[in-house]
Design a protein around this ligand. Structure first.
Ligand code: NAI
Ligand code: PYR
Length: 398
């Protein structure tokens, strides 16, 4: 069966590993910067955001001395991360995790395994649990490959950290949606934020607790911190899930797939299929002559239901968000300018929801005006409508 939503997958030469590399190199060949060229430009911040890569001759022996900016749309956004950015950074930064339950402790664990910060501070009114988590996590630093320390702290110290990750709040019980949590979690959010005040001027608040889009909206209001410095993990996790499914189906690494879930981190989320690509080639072109089944509706549904199916079996999700939140922290601390679908303030729409955004030390550096087709735009309007309804209801209960 062939229709717009049911497309058989591709027989696409570029999807073999070698060919993918060739294809990417072809796309990248005119955009190769030596590390020194890149570093020179990096020093002249903030203008670096506008820099265009310098064309150089393609060197097939690309090693750590070279970085290859992503081609196409985003070259002007300085997408590339370099080893030098990390080695130059001293691990003196501090990340506070407010809410030391399943998710908070898993984020801390990810930060230990991939050390990007000097200290991780755990904050939780259940001080026994908080202290035990700190003790348990500090045992995990013993292997010696990390310089990250984990300790218990109070809310005032959290407000003075570089990043404040907020996971404080109840998790869904079976049969509950994320928005069902608003009554409980809005109160928790307000008290958690009030206790952390005052925030350091350059602190970035990363909201993880659910319903993440609605709580991000209120966190901006409660904290008084500039909106660009308060954002939520949003559909980054859903996009990771989507890419994982597409990777399994196509036999291509998830990192070579560009596909976004956008809108609400919840029931009204949607996949921006019109912008999906593999190895830089639009999915719509790839699927024309293909071998593997890619049923868009099924994949979108599987992506959306993944959290519920994990929770049904083991009670909670933690590792996925642990990795995602740690990766966002890295984008912030190292000013990486990665583009990620995160929940942030949408001036034109009047809500916080996920659209691709450039993430750097100041938080949301800019939103990326992604082109959506008619159906996707309708889906986006659906997300806006349902989020506004939840926000209005929540305001009445305040
Ligand atoms: N955005 C995402 O993709 C994901 C979000 N979540 C959400 O993360 C939240 C936390 O989930 P879990 O860690 O599994 O729940 P949990 O119940 O294990 O942990 C929540 C912790 O928050 C603490 N807490 C309550 N009030 C607090 C306050 N005022 N200040 C500091 N801490 C406070 C509790 O004592 C508890 O230890 C939930 O809302 C869940 O839905 C979970 C997974 C993914
Ligand atoms: C719980 C949740 O929001 C998730 O795993 O997507």
């Amino acid at each position: 069966m062939h229709n717009s939503h049911h497309v058989s997958a591709f027989r696409f030469p570029a999807l073999h590993h070698h060919d993918v590399l060739q294809h990417k190199r072809a796309l990248h060949s005119s955009f190769i910067l030596s590390q020194r060229q890149y570093d020179t430009r990096l020093r002249s911040r903030p203008e670096t955001q506008q820099l265009r890569p310098i064309p150089t001759r393609h060197n097939s022996r690309l090693g750590s001395n070279f970085c290859t900016p992503t081609p196409k749309l985003f070259t002007q956004f300085r997408l590339f991360q370099t080893a030098s950015m990390q080695s130059k950074a001293k691990l003196t930064s501090k990340i506070a995790i407010v809410g030391a339950g399943e998710v908070g402790s898993t984020i801390a664990y990810s930060l230990i395994l991939n050390p990007i910060t000097g200290d991780v501070l755990l904050i939780d009114p259940k001080t026994e649990v908080r202290d035990a988590q700190a003790q348990d996590l500090s045992d995990a630093t013993y292997h010696g490959n990390t310089s990250t320390r984990v300790r218990a702290a109070d809310s005032k110290e959290a407000g003075q950290c570089d990043i404040v990750v907020i996971t404080a709040g109840a998790a869904q019980k079976e049969g509950e949606s994320r928005t069902d949590l608003i009554g409980r979690n809005l109160k928790i959010l307000k008290s958690a934020i009030d206790e952390c005040k005052p925030f350091r001027d350059d602190a970035v608040l990363l909201i993880v607790a659910n319903p993440v889009d609605v709580l991000t909206h209120f966190a901006q209001e409660f904290s008084g911190v500039p909106k660009s410095q308060v954002f939520g993990s949003g559909t980054f996790l859903d996009s990771v899930r989507l890419r994982g499914i597409l990777a399994n189906k196509s036999g291509v690494a998830a990192s070579s797939i560009d596909a976004y879930v956008l809108g609400e981190h919840g029931d009204s989320q949607f996949v921006a299929w019109s912008q999906a690509s593999i190895g830089g080639v639009p999915l719509s072109e790839i699927v024309k002559d293909s071998e593997v089944e890619i049923n868009k509706n099924e994949i979108a549904e599987e992506t959306k239901k993944k959290a519920a199916s994990i929770m049904q079996a083991k009670g909670a999700t933690a590792y996925g968000i642990g990795g995602v939140a740690a990766s966002i922290c890295k984008s912030i601390l190292f000013d990486q300018r990665n583009i990620r679908p995160v929940s942030h303030w949408q001036e034109e729409l009047g809500v916080c929801l996920s659209m691709p955004a450039v993430i750097g030390r100041e938080g949301i550096v800019r939103t990326i005006p992604i082109r959506l087709d008619d159906e996707e735009r309708k889906n986006l309007e659906g997300s806006v409508k349902s989020l506004k309804e939840v926000i209005e209801e929540a305001k009445k209960d305040q």
